[in-house]
Every structure is written in C-alpha cells, then in structure tokens.
Design a binder for this molecule. Structure first.
Ligand SMILES: [Zn+2]
Length: 88
C-alpha cells in the first residue's frame, strides 16, 4: 500500500530560465530527485528545464528533507491499522 506523503502537499512554482515556463514542484519531487542524484551521477550535463531545476535542488538541504521523511515513516509505522490515511 502506498501512503500519502506530507511533502507531496507542499509545492512551489519553479520558473525555467531556458523556456520561461513555470511549473509546480513539490518537496516530495525534490526528495526523490536528491535520491536519484545520490545514486546516479549523470554522465552528461543537464540541459534545458532540468539544468535550472538541478541548481535549485542543490540549494535545498537533502538531510532536512530526509529528516521529515524519516519522521513521517516512523509515524505511519505506528498508526493503528484501522486508520486509513487519505490525501486531502
Ligand atoms: Zn524550460
């Protein structure tokens, strides 16, 4: 079962320097992106929308997002089974 994640409900608008588009990024997206970056070193430099996004992501401390994630995982592990979490 996939639980909702509180960081998926916190978002900000990111404006791309390359194309000028603005799109919503959640802190959960950032958490996932950090994990991907930790495991994979991109063989080529990021381009386009992603170049901009990567530099933004690098300014958000990964360990603080991990703190929230760990606290959340501990919390849901201790919820009684009759509590069925829903996203709002
Ligand atoms: Zn773009």
């Amino acid at each position: 079962m996939v639980h909702p994640h509180p960081l998926a409900h916190v978002q900000f608008k990111h404006r791309c320097n390359a194309c000028g588009d603005a799109y919503a990024v959640t802190l959960y997206d950032v958490l996932q992106e950090k994990r991907i970056q930790r495991e994979w070193r991109s063989p080529r430099p990021p381009r386009g929308c992603h170049a901009n996004f990567d530099s933004l992501v690098s300014e958000i401390p990964a360990e603080l997002l991990d703190d929230v994630d760990r606290a959340w995982q501990r919390l849901i592990a201790h919820l009684p089974p009759e509590i069925d979490l829903q996203s709002v």
